[in-house]
Design a protein around this ligand. Structure first.
Ligand code: KIV
Ligand code: NA
Length: 275
């Protein structure tokens, strides 16, 4: 099986929507892989897997460990790994060192980094040196402190114009596609029309060239909060609770394990000097 490449994703502008989900572990990557074009090892894993309050505490080592797991578990999706907070913002050189390490140690197809005009030079630096970059503009979770919390972006016309300029700059710098997060619908439409690369929306618009969701949100596994833009396609969290409760009840009542769960063997008489 050949994996989808960043070129096949880039060629989808204006065509069939690009289907993306996040993945953090090998078994989940294997389940999602047949159904998606792109698996994103998002730094959302800090919140979803590690219980951190934001994505700011995620490290490069965490991203590499989970990137390796997702690569092992998948075979046909294009796998992109997020660069975490603090590992790329300082300079194009710092970004290159981090991205090169992530790509070399995971075998992923490229990296994602958050930022607009201020990161355009870095995007061009990476792309020019063989590192495909997925951009990320609009709501940027790594900038949650500067932005004053998680909120929809682009209601204010000046803010909307800034996001269009950010998208243009990152696309012009060579990003193969852009994630557009948490923006009002008309702005997402405008951004999608304004750039030549696919725009992958999350809390953006059906007019985008593709969609991405955090898998744990879509599966009903992440209960901390459900943003408006999440559609829950399953309630696995409730199933996990029910399964654990049923197991606890059966263990307590000595109904589990049953005879079918026990290894057969010769009957042994209790030893006299046991205990
Ligand atoms: O970290 C993440 O999961 C992301 C997506 C939600 C786009 O950046
Ligand atoms: Na992210």
């Amino acid at each position: 099986v050949r994996r989808a490449t960043v070129r096949t994703i880039a060629a989808r502008k204006g065509g069939d929507p690009v289907v993306c989900l996040t993945a953090y572990t090998a078994p989940m990557a294997g389940l999602l892989d047949p159904h998606v074009d792109l698996l994103l090892v998002g730094d959302s894993l800090g919140m979803v897997v590690y219980g951190l309050p934001t994505t700011l505490g995620v490290t490069v080592d965490m991203m590499i460990a989970h990137g390796q797991a997702v690569m092992r578990g998948s075979q046909r999706a294009c796998v992109i790994v997020d660069l975490p907070f603090g590992s790329y913002q300082e300079s194009p050189q710092q970004a290159f060192r981090t991205a090169a390490r992530v790509m070399a140690e995971t075998g992923c197809a490229g990296v994602k980094l958050e930022g607009g005009r201020e990161m355009a030079e870095t995007v061009a630096f990476l792309v020019g040196r063989g590192i495909p970059v997925l951009g990320h503009v609009g709501l940027k979770p790594q900038s949650v402190n500067a932005a004053g919390g998680f909120r929809a972006h682009g209601r204010d016309p000046a803010e909307a114009e800034a996001i269009v300029e950010d998208a243009r700059a990152v696309a012009a710098a060579g990003a193969f596609a852009l994630v557009l997060e948490g923006t009002v619908e008309p702005l997402a439409r405008t951004v999608t029309a304004a750039v030549p690369c696919p725009v992958i929306g999350i809390g953006a618009s059906p007019a985008c060239d593709g969609q991405v969701l955090v898998s744990d949100d879509l599966l009903g596994l992440f209960g901390a909060f459900t943003p408006r833009f999440v559609k829950r396609y399953a309630e696995l969290g409730a199933q996990v609770s029910e399964a654990a409760a049923a197991y606890a009840a059966e263990v307590t009542a000595r109904r589990f394990p049953g005879p079918e769960h026990c290894f057969k063997g010769p009957a042994t008489a209790p030893s006299r000097d046991a205990g």
